[in-house]
Write a protein that binds this ligand. Structure first.
Ligand code: HEM
Length: 449
């Protein structure tokens, strides 16, 4: 089976056997859920916050970071990290979002000749530049440099994790790390951890120096003070008593993992859908043109991009970047007349929840107005969960929305987009992230601004 066939097969299972069904992979049983009522039972319950089986493949890279940790540790870190995503902190990242978006447009200018090309790698590199600078305060110049050891290692490790997840015989460590891919993964991890460790030490040093001089932390990129997430974590670590060096690294690595592929996929699916719906694209263009005029985008502008926000939300409904998450049943869960026994892995199929006719009439239709306040007020609160929901929801959702609105505004302001694939010829696959299997072919024509 190809990855696309597996994707279709899972959609089929949901239709045939949903809203609750069971599968076996080898001797591992899993229960799958595709309805908001049941999703709510799991996600809103703080007893079931432990992640399911598949996350173990992320542990060698992310360790016990926020995404993968459990129990008291997760609780303490979540509390500690929540203030770092306050909108006042995110405001400082607007310059980065804008600079990188402008640079992306410069690169896309070379492609804006009406010829089809795959836009996915361009957006990926832009998102990587953004996350490296916001999370670690470093510039990796993914958009300019074709070769970068850290960027290559991120690509490599993500690809190898996906490769491993889908091959059950590679799951045991003692087999995997004897294969050439397993060995290569260890090399990538050395680069990734080596870089994060080095950057943490450098930033600690800068922080110490500036404290000694009784000055505020210097920003190495401009005159205005701007702190990366890493700086905030070092400050919150209280000299290593609250967060150790290793724990800081795990959190930064987690942001690096969660914070670039997800936004890339979402931006690309939005481009795809706009390229299929010229009338919706024109409406977004008009809104963006009014807000952007001749100036750079500022945080206060984002709240005026209401239609664009509805477009992004609807695009995340149809193609949620994270299409599937799992939880470990920490105690028996009663679902209707059935019991999910303690210890079972419970899969929540965000993709299928979002396409459930019960909540979305004509579920495959792209209609941003589904997110008008009058159309959302009676909808089940767990029928729209691209960022998950409940205590373990996505901590970075505001960051993601700010980034996406900024990057998309600059793209739409500059180009007329046409999609070369259709809903039927684009093949989504679920590789931790829902992405198009053959990339995303678009043609761009420069707008006269
Ligand atoms: C469109 C973009 C994004 C989507 C769709 C998304 C989606 C999600 C989802 C579904 C989860 C729950 C995962 C699970 O239960 O296993 C999650 C968790 C998380 N996300 Fe995001 N995410 C996005 C962007 C980001 C960004 C930009 C960051 C950080 C800069 C981030 C950081 C995290 C972290 C740290 C967690 C774990 C939270 C916890 O368990 O307490 N995400 N995200």
């Amino acid at each position: 089976m190809t990855k696309y066939e597996i994707f279709l097969y899972l959609r089929d299972l949901a239709k045939k056997y949903g809203p609750v069904y069971r599968t076996w992979i080898g001797n591992i049983a899993a229960v799958h859920i595709t309805d908001a009522e049941y999703v709510q039972l799991i996600l809103s319950n703080s007893t079931h916050i432990r992640k399911g089986y598949g996350y173990k493949f992320l542990l060698p890279w992310l360790g016990d970071g926020l995404l993968t940790s459990k129990g008291k540790k997760w609780h303490r870190h979540r509390k500690l990290l929540t203030p770092t995503f306050h909108f006042r902190i995110l405001e400082n990242f607007m310059d980065i979002f804008v600079d990188k978006s402008k640079f992306l447009v410069k690169l896309l200018d070379k492609k804006a000749n009406g010829e089809p090309f795959n836009v996915f790698p361009y957006v990926t590199r832009c998102a990587l530049d953004i996350i490296c600078e916001t999370a670690m305060g470093i510039q990796v110049n993914a958009m300019t440099h074709e070769k970068n050891e850290y960027v290559d290692a991120i690509y490599g490790v993500c690809e190898n994790i996906l490769h491993r997840v889908t091959r059950i015989w590679l799951h045991p460590d003692f087999i995997y790390y004897r294969t050439s891919r397993g060995k290569k993964t260890l090399q990538y991890l050395k680069v990734l951890h080596g870089t994060t460790n080095r950057v943490i030490n450098e930033r600690k040093h800068v922080l110490l120096q500036t404290n000694n001089q009784n000055k505020k932390l210097q920003n190495q990129f401009g005159t205005r003070e701007r702190k990366a997430f890493l700086d905030l974590l070092i400050e919150a670590s209280d000299g290593g008593t609250t967060l150790t060096h290793e724990q800081i690294r795990e959190e930064v690595d987690t942001f690096m993992f969660e914070g670039h592929d997800t936004t890339t996929a979402s931006i690309c699916w939005t481009i795809f859908l706009l390229g299929l719906h010229p009338e919706i694209q024109d409406r977004v263009y008009n809104e963006v043109s009014q807000v952007l005029c001749e100036k750079s985008l500022e945080l206060s502008d984002l709240s005026h991009l209401n239609y664009l926000e509805r477009v992004i939300k609807e695009s995340l409904r149809l193609y949620p970047s994270v299409g599937f998450i799992t939880r470990f049943a920490s105690e028996d869960i009663k679902i209707g007349t059935r019991i999910i026994p303690t210890g079972t892995s419970v899969g929540i199929h965000i993709f299928d929840v979002h396409r459930n006719e019960k909540y979305y009439p004509e579920p495959n239709k792209f209609d941003p107005d589904r997110f008008l306040p009058e159309n959302t007020k009676n909808r089940h609160p767990y029928a729209y969960i691209p960022f998950s929901a409940g205590p373990r929801n996505c901590i970075g959702q505001k960051f993601a929305l700010y980034e996406e609105k900024t990057v998309l505004s600059y793209i739409i302001r500059n180009y007329k987009i046409k999609s070369m694939q259709t809903i039927d010829t684009v093949h989504p696959i679920n590789e931790l992230i829902v992405r198009p299997s053959e990339g995303l072919l678009v043609s761009l024509v420069k707008r006269i601004t």
